[in-house]
Every structure is written in structure tokens, then in C-alpha cells.
Write a protein that binds this ligand. Structure first.
Ligand SMILES: O=c1ccn([C@H]2C[C@H](O)[C@@H](COP(=O)(O)OP(=O)(O)OP(=O)(O)O)O2)c(=O)[nH]1
Ligand SMILES: [Mg+2]
Length: 152
């Protein structure tokens, strides 16, 4: 059974009349979020698209702003800072940064589903500074040290 967590949401004046972010299917991880403004994003350009609402996420959670795969595959439209981070103490308008990686203008109408929001638990780290770290088989090998993407 999926956990459900209440999140306070405040519509801003330009958000009235819009659909609230919603899960498209019962098992969806993300809520599709709609644009509160109409905008055309030219090739290579980016824009912080208004959503028309602000939220107060419970402490211990964040919202991740993720791209929609359909927009990415069909139109080259994605979220350059994916996953965008909405902090639990942020009270400003939630915005979706979108970038057009295609060679054609991409037009967003008010009410279009532009991205998805995932509520996720947050664990904060506390540093325990030490002189030496424990040894491992990998050690400091990284960035392809175990081999490339294709076995020759
Ligand atoms: O896609 C995003 C990313 C961020 N934000 C808002 C909510 C978030 O809590 C705040 C700060 O985001 P982040 O920490 O990613 O940006 P920053 O560049 O570190 O700015 P700041 O110094 O304000 O933390 O901006 C959005 O509305 N959409
Ligand atoms: Mg920050």
C-alpha cells in the first residue's frame, strides 16, 4: 500500500482555474503538473515555467521535479536541473525549469502538463570526520575503472 502524506498547497492568483498536480494512474510515482503560463521556448533556450501555486512540504520530505519522458522523446523538452529540488522550507512559487534540446520552437499552453512532481523522504547527513577511511576492493577506482559499456 502506498503511503499518503498531506502537503499544504496555496494557489496563487494566476493559478486559479488550473488543475492541481495529479497522479494520472493509481500506481503513478509522479503527479503531472500543468503550466500556469503560455510560453514558446526556442531551440537551445530555457525558461522557468510558472505553476501558479506554492507548497509547504512537511519537514522530512522534498518534492522532486522530473521531466516527462514523452516530452523528452518526442520533443527534446526536458528539465535541465533534474531532479529539481523543492525544499520543505520553500514558500515561493514552484517553477519548472524547461529546456528545449530540439531544433524547433516548443509551445506550451496554459494548462499543459509539463513535468511531474515526486514527493520523497529526505535523510540529512551528519559528518563524522576521520583521519582514514576503511579499505575496500574498489578503493579509489571509479569513472569506468571496472570496464567500458561494451564487452570486447
Ligand atoms: O526546479 C526547481 C528548483 C527549485 N525551485 C525552488 C524551490 C527550492 O526550494 C528553491 C531553491 O532551489 P535550489 O536549492 O535547487 O536552488 P539554488 O540555486 O541552490 O538556490 P537557493 O540558494 O535559493 O537554495 O527554488 C523550484 O521552484 N523549481
Ligand atoms: Mg539551494
Amino acid at each position: 500500500m502506498t503511503d499518503r502524506v498531506g502537503v499544504r498547497l496555496k494557489r496563487l492568483p494566476h493559478g486559479h482555474g488550473l488543475e492541481l498536480p495529479a497522479y494520472a494512474t493509481p500506481g503513478a510515482a509522479g503527479m503531472d503538473v500543468v503550466a500556469a503560463e503560455a510560453i514558446t521556448i526556442a531551440p537551445g533556450e530555457r525558461h522557468a515555467v510558472a505553476t501558479g501555486f506554492a507548497v509547504a512540504i512537511p519537514e522530512g520530505y522534498e518534492i522532486q521535479v522530473r521531466p516527462r519522458s514523452g516530452l523528452a522523446l518526442k520533443h527534446g523538452i526536458t528539465v535541465p536541473n533534474t531532479p529539481g529540488t523543492i525544499d520543505s522550507d520553500y514558500r515561493g512559487e514552484l517553477k519548472v525549469i524547461m529546456i528545449n534540446h530540439s531544433t524547433e520552437d516548443f509551445t506550451i499552453a496554459r494548462g499543459d502538463r509539463i513535468a511531474q512532481l515526486v514527493l520523497a523522504p529526505v535523510t540529512q547527513a551528519v559528518w563524522n570526520e576521520v583521519e582514514e577511511l576503511d579499505a575496500t576492493e574498489r578503493g579509489d577506482g571509479g569513472f569506468g575503472s571496472t570496464g567500458g559499456h561494451r564487452k570486447l
